[in-house]
Ligand binder design. Structure first.
Ligand code: KG4
Ligand code: ZN
Length: 343
């Protein structure tokens, strides 16, 4: 089976080809210009996707050595994401599939992340505990099979990546904040400032807004209401903040491992690129004797390889979709046909 994948949910345009289970190409065009606005500007994102999508898909096909005639499935992210951005990739995919007489599969972006560990040589083994940590979502799940995802918990306020981005902004760092916070934190002492780890009612839910406020209060106290954080203080602040996020995430992972029988652990999404988180999860894996699968960095952030892979799984399960399927901006029940709530 040959699958062409397309991703355009936020600020990355990406196209990939998977041929008989093997990734042949995965091109990612990142919209770096959003940096100067301190976050993604939706309208500019849609326009940039429009400009690049056609040549990018052509290049991904060319690089893969698979021609459009030999593609069986065109898979595209349908949501969640920025609606204008989603529409570019989804409409392009539908048009291409319809005109070339191919099967069209809309893919849930979060499902793309969830199964991104299968792009690695060492794959997760079902059932696996999955922590999704991206810019828009934080979810703790048990993935029982390719078609059965059980939700244990989610964030009640900010997503983990959002917390990194917001804290970076208030420290005067550029967007996206995660990689910069990680860079400064490497030089800092994570024990220097005690930031709180929120207690949430549901044992598997997360909360990060209190932590963000704690960093803001610390900044106001130390440097005044409009004060700037001096460069030399950034390592300790970022390291202490990062430690609190990692503690919050891994605390719930441990709790889930104590309550549910799984064969492996997978951490996915943009924040899974974070080295401190990776190290902490690998330690947990050793302690609980579970295989840990964290995708390589190019599969942590948004990419079409994971969309092609999820499209392939859906097609192999004999699931069909019509060309009527539309884009959707947020996670909602009707679009989660493989998901089950547990709590
Ligand atoms: O999955 P992703 O690329 O896009 C969404 O679907 O949201 O995740 C982007 C998020 C951003 O919030 C970014 O700051 C965060 O991932 N991120 C990181 C790191 N690299 C990216 N957070 C912490 N440490 C990193 N090294
Ligand atoms: Zn994502």
């Amino acid at each position: 089976m040959n699958v062409l994948g397309i991703e355009s949910s936020c600020d990355e345009t990406s196209s990939a080809v998977i041929s008989n289970g093997i990734l042949k190409s995965n091109l990612i065009a990142s919209q770096d210009f959003h940096k100067k606005y301190g976050g993604v500007v939706p309208e500019l994102s849609s326009r940039a996707h429009l400009q690049i999508i056609s040549p990018l898909v052509k290049d991904a096909l060319e690089q893969s050595g698979v021609s459009l005639e030999n593609i069986d499935v065109v898979a595209s992210t349908a949501g969640p994401g920025l609606i204008g951005a989603l529409l570019v990739g989804l409409s392009y995919a539908k048009g291409l599939a319809f005109s070339a007489g191919k099967k069209f599969i809309p893919v849930n972006h979060i499902e793309g992340h969830i199964f991104s560990g299968f792009l690695m040589e060492e794959k997760p083994e079902f059932p696996f505990l999955c922590l999704v940590v991206s810019g828009g979502h934080t979810l703790l799940l048990i993935v029982k099979s390719e078609t059965e995802i059980v939700k244990l918990g989610t964030t009640i306020d900010d997503a983990a990546g959002e917390a990194f981005d917001k804290v970076a902004k208030l420290l005067g760092l550029a967007y996206p904040g995660g990689p910069l916070i990680q860079k400064y934190a490497e030089q800092g002492n994570p024990e220097s400032i005690k930031f709180p780890v929120a207690q949430v009612k549901n044992p598997f839910d997360f909360s990060f807004s209190g932590l963000k406020t704690a960093v803001l209060r610390f900044k106001q106290k130390e440097y005044g209401d409009n004060g700037k954080v001096p460069e030399e203080d950034l390592p300790d602040i970022t390291a202490s903040f990062q430690r609190a996020v990692v503690k919050a995430l891994t605390g719930k992972l441990i709790q889930a491992l104590q309550n549910y029988e799984v064969n492996s652990i997978s951490v996915v999404g943009g924040v899974a690129a974070n080295l401190a988180l990776k190290n902490a999860v690998n330690d947990i894996g050793k302690k609980f004797d579970k295989k840990v699968v964290i995708p390589d960095i190019q599969y942590c952030g948004d990419n079409a390889a994971m969309i092609a892979l999820r499209g392939m799984q859906i097609a192999q399960n004999g699931i069909e979709y019509s060309f009527d399927y539309g884009a959707y901006p947020s996670l909602k029940k009707g679009d989660l046909r493989f998901w089950k709530e547990m709590l």
